[in-house]
Ligand binder design. Structure first.
Ligand code: MN
Length: 717
């Protein structure tokens, strides 16, 4: 844990507390310091310095965790009852019951005997958990005490050094990790490592320093590039170089049986930003700059670790072909990653763990409950171990990378931890060369190769056997998305079909009117409406019915009659069919200038349709009777055509439309108007136009009229 500035006086300590908690009880701190220095006056540290340096250093470490004055006072006093004539009653009288409680708890913990037997370990654990159960701050003070002792271990004889280092490695580091206090865990591990294996430690430290020097320029380049891109994209973020801690490197080398040179993630970059969504934005940015290494992306933001750790992890192939590891997180996530449960405590007054946090620390309650139910220390230890080191299996990818998965994980879990798509398409696996079913439980050391089938997709059954949260989430997401997708498509299709059936614009599907019609069914968004129809909760007819009052049907028939009355077309010339009787079909009313097709009818000559007439498709079954035709310039004439204009039902729209149509020299033969509901009107025009161009011109102008929603040519099927 980094001390920002050496704290070797009470004034320096108070300055530090003031920097994060100006309202702290500084008088309490001064009095605790005086009492402690007096009590320890005749005591010396092993190296010969005044003993007060130790409680002061412990208190300083507690300020790194930004803890409250009560905890810091207890840190200053933590050895007084243990090592001097002071009593808990003295502390209680002078500093109150909270400080006295903490000091007493620490004193009890200090009496733990460090024996190597498992029973002794179990008893130590048990006491620590008992203390934690009462007040988590006890363990934080114990951590600070242990950290300072580890930092000053060199003055002790080797046997004692090793004993303390081993206990730190076996109990304190995993406990700090479980409580999410990342920086304590890494310092505990590195200090123990240094004590227990000094040669290996020194060699590693040397190699890391060398690699750092070699790669510094390169990482600076990458950092600069990312920072420029972030500025460009207006995403706040700072890029920090990070060195994997020595014990972490050592563990990786051991676990994977590789040399230092093969550990590529020794240097990594961490990007700190402001919001969760920007974490993902930055991830996208990095993946767009460089190719991500498959299976290396981990989303601990969406699915935080059980100790509250949150961060996005990814490894990419960098600009020089080197792998670079990134961690992306917000400032808050960064703080939690370093301080864990201490971050939740902060310097606030003594409060029980908040409910939200309680959920994450439920394992702690389980342990505490377990110790009450289990008088046997050994049995208790098993429970604790199970919770501190949740059972995992290590399996290998075909490339020899190690993957850590929970006990009973299956090939599907493995597939999803590589890539979501690989998970979705997983149909089996080869384990150690043999084909196994997807429900197979992976064993330590298994070499796993996933068999995928393109187009395959997950099923609900998978949820019954997958173990990882990642696989569960991805499968659920897929099922949900799939159901929605289908619902939307079907809902849209049914509604559009129903709209067309009533000569209404399919565009109405996005209108406010359709929402009004949906309201009685307690559907308030377009999405909900589409899904309700798609899922079959109600029919499209029920909705569209609300849009369609009775008069519309009558009007439709009136328009049809009108068209029938139109005079026979004159002046049509069609290339290639001079001598054959032909007529413009009454479904689409093709115009000169349009692409047309001819259909040889039985006994009524050739009917001419627009190339996109909805009826042509049905006629195409009789291929032989379709003939290629085209317009030729003929004598001047006009042709009837039918259009529908959907408008807001407001005064003046019809007048405006009539004006611009007339101004375009188009004769209006007939107008039918009706309100489809209180807010919208449907206006059907029968126009006489010269050709397609003239119609196109007016189609450009109509949408500009205020109140017009949509205009379309009517081609009836
Ligand atoms: Mn101590």
């Amino acid at each position: 844990m980094s001390v920002l500035k050496e704290i070797n006086t009470i004034d320096a300590l108070i300055d530090r507390v003031f920097s994060y908690n100006p309202d702290a009880n500084f008088d309490l701190l001064r009095r605790a310091y005086s009492f402690s220095s007096e009590a320890h006056q005749r005591q010396k540290r092993v190296e010969g310095s005044p003993f007060i340096e130790h409680p002061l250093a412990v208190a300083a470490i507690l300020t790194d965790m930004r803890l409250d004055a009560t905890t810091i006072a207890a840190g200053l006093l933590h050895d007084t009852v243990e090592d001097t004539d002071a009593t808990v009653a003295d502390i209680n009288g002078l500093f109150g019951k909270d400080v006295a409680f903490l000091v007493e708890a620490i004193t009890k913990l200090a009496k733990m005997e460090f024996r190597t037997s498992e029973e002794a370990h179990a008893e130590n654990f048990r006491k620590m958990f008992l203390a934690m159960a009462k007040d988590i701050r006890v363990i934080l003070i114990k951590f600070a005490d242990r950290l300072h002792n580890m930092r000053t271990l060199e003055y002790l004889p080797e046997v004692k050094r090793h004993k303390i280092a081993r206990e730190t490695q076996e109990i304190y580091a995993p406990l700090a990790n479980r409580l999410g206090i990342g920086r304590l865990k890494t310092e505990f591990e590195d200090l123990s490592f240094k004590t227990l294996m000094p040669e290996i430690y020194n060699e590693l430290a040397y190699k890391v320093a060398k690699r750092r020097e070699e790669q510094e320029g390169y990482l600076n380049e990458v950092t600069q590039l990312i920072e420029d891109k972030l500025t460009e994209a207006s995403i706040p973020g700072k890029v920090i170089g990070r060195v994997k801690h020595y014990y972490g490197i050592y563990q990786k080398m051991q676990r994977q049986g590789i040399a230092f040179e093969q550990v590529y993630d020794i240097l990594a970059l961490r990007i700190i930003t402001d919001t969760q969504s920007n974490c993902y934005a930055i991830l996208g940015l990095i993946h767009s700059l460089w190719t991500p290494v498959p299976g290396r992306f981990k989303d601990h933001v969406g699915a935080p670790k059980s100790n509250l750790y949150q961060s996005l992890h990814t490894t990419v192939v960098g600009p020089k072909g080197e792998r670079i590891e990134f961690q992306i997180r917000t400032e808050e996530m960064d703080r939690i990653a370093k301080e864990g449960i201490a971050a939740h405590w902060k310097y606030k007054e003594h409060k029980p763990i908040k409910e939200r946090d309680d959920k994450y620390f439920s394992w702690l309650r389980d342990i505490i409950q377990a110790q009450k139910d289990m008088p046997d220390a050994k049995e208790f230890l098993e429970t604790v171990k199970g919770n501190l080191f949740p059972d995992v299996v290590y399996v290998f990818t075909p490339k020899g990378d190690v993957m850590e998965l929970p006990y009973d994980a299956t090939p599907v879990d493995f597939a999803y931890s590589i890539h979501t798509q690989i998970g979705h398409q997983c149909t089996g696996a080869k384990v150690n060369g043999k084909i196994v079913p997807i429900r197979y439980n992976l064993k330590n050391g298994d070499s796993v190769e996933i068999i995928t089938t393109p187009g395959h997709h997950p099923s609900k059954d998978w949820l019954k056997f997958v173990q990882t949260a990642r696989a569960k989430n991805r499968i659920k997401q897929w099922i949900k998305a799939e159901e929605r997708e289908k619902g939307f498509v079907i809902g849209k299709e049914l509604l559009e079909r129903e709209l067309r059936k009533h000569d209404l614009s399919p565009a109405l599907i996005k209108s406010k009117e359709i929402l009004d019609a949906a309201k009685p069914f307690k559907l308030f968004t377009h999405e909900d409406l589409l899904l309700a129809v798609g899922y079959g909760k109600l029919s499209a007819h029920q909705i569209i019915h609300g849009l369609l009052p009775e008069p519309v049907k009558a009007e439709k028939q009136a328009v049809k009659k009108e068209i029938k009355k139109a005079p026979e077309d004159k002046g049509i010339k069609i290339k290639g069919i001079d001598d054959i009787m032909f007529h413009r079909s009454k479904c689409c009313y093709p115009l000169p200038g349009e692409k047309v097709k001819g259909f040889v009818t039985r006994g009524r000559g050739v009917s001419i349709h627009t190339a996109d007439c909805p009826n042509l498709e049905a006629m195409a079954v009789d291929k032989d009777r379709l003939v290629d035709v085209e317009w030729v310039p003929g004598e001047e004439s006009t042709y009837t055509v039918k259009i529908s204009v959907f408008t807001l039902d407001k005064p003046g729209v019809l007048a405006d439309l009539s004006t611009i149509i007339s101004a375009a020299n188009i004769n209006i033969r007939h107008i039918e108007s009706s309100a489809t509901n209180s807010k919208q009107a449907s206006l059907n025009f029968i126009l006489e136009v010269k050709d397609k161009n003239q119609l196109n011109e007016i189609f450009k102008k109509i949408p500009l009229v205020s109140g017009v929603i949509d205009v379309k040519r009517v081609k009836t099927a």
